[in-house]
Design a protein around this ligand. Structure first.
Ligand code: PMM
Length: 285
């Protein structure tokens, strides 16, 4: 059975829940299961459509953890939130972790490697029918900045994601299971992230739902640096993040992945109200 992707008639909000000691913006805040569960429930109560649970930091240069440790961090939180009725996605590149999280109730696999890190991921997604975010990726955190070389970043990201879609569909995954993500910050320098935000319509034109993850990322911190060049800290980037939510919703993205879910829920509802008013005006002629 295919677990239907949530499509509420407005941009979807996915709340970030990193159960890690070392993620760049919330590392250590929700590293134990009780505080992670409480934060996940709070984001759902604030209107988040999904809570995206990750056990492995993908911050630039991060060391990898093993599969057992990733499962140990993630699974109790997935189980608790899904049994409370929360729609859960699992942020993992490992098929084994994805499979266990799906068994615990997750209905979406958020795979920052777009299926490249684990050859078994396509099989797990095909067999379980869950949704799958294919993010644009050119290698694990340790090596990704060396791969941040592009002629035309929008064209190359669109082409590489299209190739991933062809591969996973050939492996038995239905196109209706897929969501695409340009992977801001992953093998991308600031200028690449800005170009991808400016070219979001081209990714959306590929015809699959698009997810955008700009929340608190360092290109926003560098944009908002002090006069002396001090980069704005991650926890003070939420207003800039909200601007990216509005841009994504207005462009027709399927969803945004954000830390401050409550603010983005308000923003996407506001954009949807304006879009609805535009439709009514157009219908009147
Ligand atoms: N970014 C991070 C982690 N997971 N998943 C998707 N689909 N898109 C992203 O841009 C993305 C992601 C890194 O941010 P975090 O450390 O704050 O979770």
């Amino acid at each position: 059975m295919t677990a239907l992707l949530r499509t509420p008639g407005r941009c979807v909000v996915m709340g970030v829940l990193n159960v890690t000691p070392d993620s760049f913006s919330d590392g250590g805040c929700f590293a134990d299961a009780p505080s992670a569960i409480a934060h996940g429930l709070a984001m759902a109560a604030a209107g988040a459509d999904y809570v995206d649970i990750g056990g492995e930091s993908t911050r630039p240069g991060a060391d990898r953890i093993d599969t057992d440790e990733e499962c140990r961090r993630v699974l109790p939180v997935v189980t608790e939130l899904t049994s409370a009725g929360v729609r859960v996605s699992v942020d993992t590149t490992r098929a084994e972790v994805a499979e266990a999280a799906i068994a615990a109730g997750a209905t979406l696999v958020n795979d920052v490697s777009g299926g490249l890190a684990d050859a078994n991921m396509a099989q797990v997604v095909a067999a379980t029918g869950v949704s799958w975010v294919l993010m644009h990726w050119r290698g694990h955190s340790r090596e990704m900045y060396a791969a941040a070389r592009y002629g035309d970043v929008v064209t190359e990201v669109c082409a590489e994601l299209t190739a991933r879609v062809e591969d996973v569909v050939a492996a038995g995954v239905a196109p209706a299971q897929l969501v695409l993500d340009p992977g801001l910050g992953f093998a991308k320098r600031a200028e690449h992230n800005w170009a991808l935000l400016a070219g979001l319509d081209r990714l959306i034109d590929l015809g699959l739902p698009v997810l955008l993850g700009a929340s608190r990322k360092s290109f926003l911190g560098r944009l908002l640096a002090d006069a002396d060049g001090t980069v704005r800290p991650a926890e003070q980037r939420d207003a800039a993040t909200l601007a990216t939510t509005v841009l994504a919703a207005e462009a027709g993205a399927w969803g945004v992945r954000v830390h401050d879910a409550a603010a983005s829920v308000d923003a996407v509802r506001t954009v949807a109200a304006v879009q609805e008013a535009r439709r009514r005006r157009a219908a009147r002629g």
